[in-house]
Design a protein around this ligand. Structure first.
Ligand code: NAP
Length: 341
């Protein structure tokens, strides 16, 4: 298929173009390689990285679409000559290094996940990036085990809501932080064992108290520099810190001795720049371990709000404000328009 499609475009990047720079325009359809599938995107989600990319701070890796969007849910529209395991009309979702905010996305055949019957496009889009991220980092990278304690910040974030559910289902103890009291009950409902309001008390001191001075086994961290020293202090011997973001800053001092004496591991992890092969292996693992949980309803995407694609700027502003709990989803569906090939 050749021609044009609608996509969200960034009119101006950089600090000046911080707000009111997104508009729907027309660009060329992605060229389809033989191992790829052209997906007609019905919904995608807003991820925090999108706020950086629109400012020119988080460019896509080489070869990826320059359009915003790290996930998608939609319908198989066309298949490459080596992607015939999929057929037109299949409902699919997944992660991508770019291009989710477009009407069509070219996705490698091994990076697609079938949408379970109990989920619509919006729910699938809400699940993709955050459940992939949680599965990869909490289990595959940090190796969280039954009975261990996980600490994560932002229990009400997209990633936090996914990681809390997966970890509590795996019979781990989950300590989460939240910046306001109204989030506490919702985090507990998702399976958190304890919620620490980091604006009212020192999360590290509280985590030590809650673990009777033993500390935690795994920390899922996207705050970075300001918490680094505390994180090293509260990790148990053989503890693992997985750093997946730098919301608080990227330059931190660290006292290295505890890394040696406690034999700690600090792991940096990014989904977006993974190779085709790495992402295929991760997708296979996701299908085996997480998809059945989504399909049975044992875990669920937490949806804060769905926006029509035209309201993408509003959705970004809400994410910037931090007032959301769970996911913000963008939908291409227009009232009265049938979904399907
Ligand atoms: N490396 C990867 O592959 C990868 C993949 C996906 C996401 N990420 C990263 O993961 C992070 C979460 O993404 P998201 O889309 O889920 O974001 P989000 O929904 O916007 O959530 C951000 C969360 O951070 C919390 N927070 C902010 N400052 C904090 C602080 N100083 N102390 C404790 N908590 C703080 C907020 O909690 P309160 O509102 O309660 O304060 C909020 O819940 C982002 O940094 C994102 O870039 C990385």
């Amino acid at each position: 298929m050749t021609g044009e499609m609608e996509a969200v475009l960034v009119k101006e990047t950089g600090a000046k173009g911080d707000w009111n720079v997104l508009e729907i325009g027309r660009i060329a359809l992605p060229a389809l390689r033989s191992e790829e599938v052209l997906v007609r995107v019905e919904a995608c989600s807003v991820n925090r990285a999108d706020l950086l990319q629109r400012r020119g701070l988080y460019p896509p890796p080489p070869g990826a679409s320059s359009v915003l969007g790290l996930d998608f849910a939609g319908i198989v529209w066309e298949t490459g000559t080596k992607a015939t395991a999929w057929k037109r009309g299949d409902r699919v979702f997944g992660i991508t290094a770019g291009g989710g905010y477009a009407r069509y996305a070219a996705v490698h055949r091994d990076h697609l996940v079938p949408i379970p019957e109990n989920l619509g496009f919006v729910e699938a889009a809400a699940a993709a990036e955050v459940f992939f991220t949680a599965h990869l980092n909490v289990f595959l990278e940090a190796g969280l085990k039954q009975g261990e304690t996980l600490l994560l910040h932002g229990g009400g974030s997209g990633v936090g809501t996914a990681a809390t559910q997966l970890a509590s289902l795996a019979a781990a103890r989950v300590l989460v932080t939240a910046g306001s009291r109204d989030r506490v009950q919702r985090c507990l409902d998702l399976g958190a064992s304890f919620v620490i309001n980091y604006k009212e008390e020192d999360f590290a001191a509280r985590a030590m108290e809650l673990t009777r001075g033993e500390g935690v086994d795994v920390i899922l961290d996207w705050i970075g520099a300001p918490y680094l020293q505390k994180h090293v202090r509260i990790l148990k011997p053989r503890g693992r810190l997985v750093l997946i973001g730098l919301m608080g800053g990227n330059t931190g001092d660290i006292h290295l001795a505890p890394l040696l004496t406690k034999r700690l591991r600090i792991i940096g992890s990014v989904l977006r720049s993974q190779s085709v092969r790495e992402k295929a292996a991760l997708t296979a693992s996701f299908k085996e371990k997480v998809l059945p949980l989504l399909a049975s309803g044992a875990v669920r995407p937490v949806l804060h709000r769905v926006y029509p694609m035209e309201a993408v700027e509003e959705a970004h502003q809400l994410m910037k404000s931090g007032a959301h709990f769970g996911k913000l989803v963008l939908s291409w569906e227009k009232p009265g328009e049938a979904q399907g090939p």
